[in-house]
Write a protein that binds this ligand. Structure first.
Ligand SMILES: Nc1ncnc2c1ncn2[C@@H]1O[C@H](COP(=O)(O)OP(=O)(O)OP(=O)(O)O)[C@@H](O)[C@H]1O
Length: 259
């Protein structure tokens, strides 16, 4: 799916949290959204998946105006995986994944054998097929995130939004999560804090500062020491990693940087 955002702005109490954001995600691309705490990443994503209503701007999914779709139609096109969430009730893993089928159903329509088939397949795709009957709340953080990806797959949306999906995950699960999303070949837009992970997995990156996009392009183009110092206030050295061929960022402690 091709996604186009044009001049999107959102304010709360007269404070502009994002301002005139324009960006484009091409079919099947994995695009990263980076920026310091409070720069507006979640706000931008929430405007894109319609939890917040922009005061200005347009969004097109394959040329179709997002704001003309019903919420249910939107949920058939956009799936969201945010930071680890804990539902209040003790759902099974299968219950959680079946929630992804809701946008495809009419009111009071019961779950069909096909819904279960789609949900089971989604669980197997994320390597959690064995856990269908387990209680979601007993899973590890990484397993939960996999199940939430399976829910997104069961939703059969072509556009996946990830809001800091690897927070709280250890490095193995962070990498697994990124690998998994890459293999799905959906159009994906992910807010990420770890710049080395962004460098490794993203086809392109948008960088936010104070609610505005201040850089965009390939990881090579965006991840530059001068820009990182200006935006994050941290000195870095950036090398091309001999094995991955990607930029590899080393953060310099104050004591070293000032020498
Ligand atoms: N409901 C709200 N009311 C007032 N201010 C808000 C609200 N939601 C967000 N903000 C402010 O908007 C700014 C952007 O927040 P946002 O959560 O989008 O940033 P972020 O880049 O996702 O940050 P982080 O990396 O810390 O998750 C912050 O200054 C935040 O305090």
């Amino acid at each position: 799916m091709n996604v186009k955002v044009e001049e999107l702005s959102f304010s709360i109490h007269e404070k502009k949290l994002i301002e005139a954001i324009s960006l484009e995600l091409r079919d099947g691309e994995f695009v990263g959204l980076i920026g310091p705490n409070g720069s507006g990443k979640s706000t931008l994503l929430k405007n894109m998946y319609r939890v917040l209503k922009p005061e200005q701007g347009e969004i097109f999914l394959n040329g179709q105006d997002l704001f003309r779709l019903t919420q249910k139609e939107t949920a058939r096109q956009i799936a969201v995986v945010s930071q680890e969430s804990n539902p209040a009730f003790d759902f099974t893993v299968m219950d959680i994944v079946m929630m992804g089928r809701a946008p495809h159903k009419r009111m009071l329509e019961t779950d069909s054998a096909r819904d279960y088939e789609i949900a089971s397949l989604a669980l197997r795709r994320v390597g959690m097929g064995h856990a269908a009957a387990s209680s979601f709340s007993t899973l590890s953080g990484g397993e939960k995130q996999r199940v939430l990806i399976a829910r997104a797959l069961a939703q059969e949306a072509e556009f996946l939004i990830l809001d800091e999906p690897t927070n709280h995950l250890d490095i193995r699960y962070q990498l697994q999560m990124m690998e998994l999303v890459k293999t799905l070949k959906l159009t994906s837009f992910a807010a990420l804090h770890d710049l080395n992970i962004a460098a490794c997995y993203c086809d392109r990156i948008y960088m936010l500062e104070k609610g505005r996009i201040i850089a965009s392009g390939s990881p090579d183009e965006v991840l530059r020491p001068k820009l990182l110092e200006r935006v994050y206030g941290v000195k870095t050295q950036i090398f091309r990693h001999p094995t991955t061929g990607k930029p590899s960022i080393v953060y310099l402690p104050e004591t070293v940087a000032s020498v």
